[in-house]
Design a binder for this molecule. Sequence first.
Ligand code: DHB
Ligand code: FE
Length: 280
Amino acid sequence: MAKIVGGVTTSHIPAIGNAIANELFEDPYWKPFFDGYPKAREWLAEVKPDVAIVVYNDHGLNFFLDKMPTFSIGAAPEYQNKDEGWGLKPLPPYPGDPELSWHIIESLVNDEFDICSCQEMAVDHGFTVPMALLWPDQTQRPVRTIPVAVNTVQHPLPTPARCLKLGEAIGRAVASYPKDLKVVVLGTGGLSHQLDGERAGFINKDFDLMCLEKIVDEPEALAKYSIHDLVRLAGAQGAELILWLIMRGALGRKVSKVHSNYHIPISNTGAGLLVLESAA
Ligand code: DHB
Ligand code: FE
């Protein structure tokens, strides 16, 4: 049977993609951020997942404000990255696992999550930046991927409580897949940031550190917030925390923390990293 072995959450800021392209790993601004990642890569090298389910938000590359599904899942053999205008060179395509995608889609719909299935899907920085941080060698694609895109852009956004439940349903879907596969779940984005309006640049370190702690053993405490609470406490784009909650829900009740890192600011964001292992 397929098994979720653990999860990784990380911010997905486009400036990270530029810093990787320019190899700024030892640059004083970037070093405390990049220094968080070798431990996450070591853990991935140890557990050797076959598939990564990547929970992220599309920022306009694939969906736009005119058509914005709440929850979408890729069911394609391959996912292309394209130019979003951040100055990032598009990365090579990512292999999919359409058979597992369709199994998850069927299971979710039977579980009363009516999601949008996408047999073509372009993936943006929300997907590619975390993948590049965790699997830096762009000449190899050691995991197959399943993108799960969640609306964090066009209100109304799904509630944190709904997102935790979607994660639990993804966990049930993977557990019922008959093939022996190791699956890791990524939740990308966050932590606090606001890119626009009067509060542009807003970061809330206390709230971010509280989220990094509570999400390990008490995700329900975070699922109690409303989207408006998250916007107030973490900034308009800090609502990306719902993507972390989907990851956390998929891992089941009992997890252990392998590693975390937090650094501010990276661009406009409180940059958080968390590696969790599922109970055996
Ligand atoms: C930034 C953060 C994001 O989550 C994003 O999608 C784009 C930009 C930033 O801090 O620059
Ligand atoms: Fe974002």
